[in-house]
Design a protein around this ligand. Structure first.
Ligand code: PGA
Length: 252
């Protein structure tokens, strides 16, 4: 099923999170959930409240986290383990978001360890990859993205293909209002699909590929119409329940 995931980044306290989830719930209905899997990824401090409201009111939302440490436990001050997230009914964990790669030094190797740790804890990694503007202008977008894909998924087997989500997010399109053209995005997601099939054989078809970068209710339908785009990772537009609901209902 298509997947639309809201990445709230470092926005909202736990009370805001409860309100936003309730508002989103009122704006969507059964027909939406039949077509689209809807996931929200609030900050760590809101996860428990989000879990409680989702479970108490039996809302058909998945819960995501924005980051995780790859170790199970130990002396890692300030870090959160996969098991801690799994216990909060988190089912998706974003790993290697470009903001973490750029500002917190995450390499493909670290992202790979995180993706494996998330799978081992029974959750799904949303592995983010994407080129920066200079790389696109130098004609290197496909090579960069496929290189990140291979590095980030190294050692993960074809049996786990279905549990893995890949998010293609051109870094220059994130939070800038400049989304990639649907054709440019699809050229890269086609290359990602081809690389997944090469890595995993036919199982590689089961991995969902998301587009992310200034997605909103006005441009989502164009991305979703592409054969190799199975959903979206949405930042800014996910912070307003009306606009996020508009993204989820792209098909109406
Ligand atoms: P944006 O963020 O939709 O605000 O561009 C997307 C993301 O960073 O996941």
């Amino acid at each position: 099923m298509d997947l639309i995931m809201g990445n709230w980044k470092m926005h909202t306290n736990h009370l805001d999170a409860i309100q936003m989830i309730q508002k989103l719930f009122y704006r969507l209905d059964r027909k939406d959930y039949e077509r689209v899997e809807v996931v929200v990824a609030p900050p760590f401090t809101s996860l428990r409240s989000a879990q409680t409201v989702i479970e108490t009111d039996r809302m058909p939302f998945g819960l995501g986290a924005q980051n995780v440490h790859f170790e199970e436990k130990g002396a890692f001050t300030g870090e959160i383990s996969p098991a801690m997230l799994a216990k909060l009914s988190v089912s998706y964990v974003i790993v290697g978001h470009s903001e973490r790669r750029a500002m917190f030094g995450e390499t493909d190797d670290v992202v790979n360890k995180k993706a494996k740790a998330v799978l081992n804890a029974g959750m799904r990694p949303v592995v983010c990859i994407g080129e920066v503007l200079e790389q696109r202008e130098a004609g290197q977008a496909l090579d960069v993205v496929v290189g990140q894909l291979r590095g980030s998924l190294s050692g993960i087997s074809a049996e786990e293909a279905e549990e893995v989500v890949v998010a293609y997010e051109p870094v220059w399109a994130i939070g800038t209002g400049l989304s990639a053209s649907t054709d440019d995005a699809a050229e890269v997601t086609d290359a990602i699909r081809a690389a997944l099939l090469e890595m995993w054989g036919p199982e590689g078809e089961k991995t969902r590929i998301l587009y992310g970068g200034s997605v909103n209710q006005g441009n989502i339908a164009g991305f979703m119409a592409k054969r190799t785009i199975d959903g979206a990772l949405v930042g800014g537009a996910s912070l307003d329940p009306d606009s996020f609901a508009g993204v989820v209902r792209y098909w109406i």
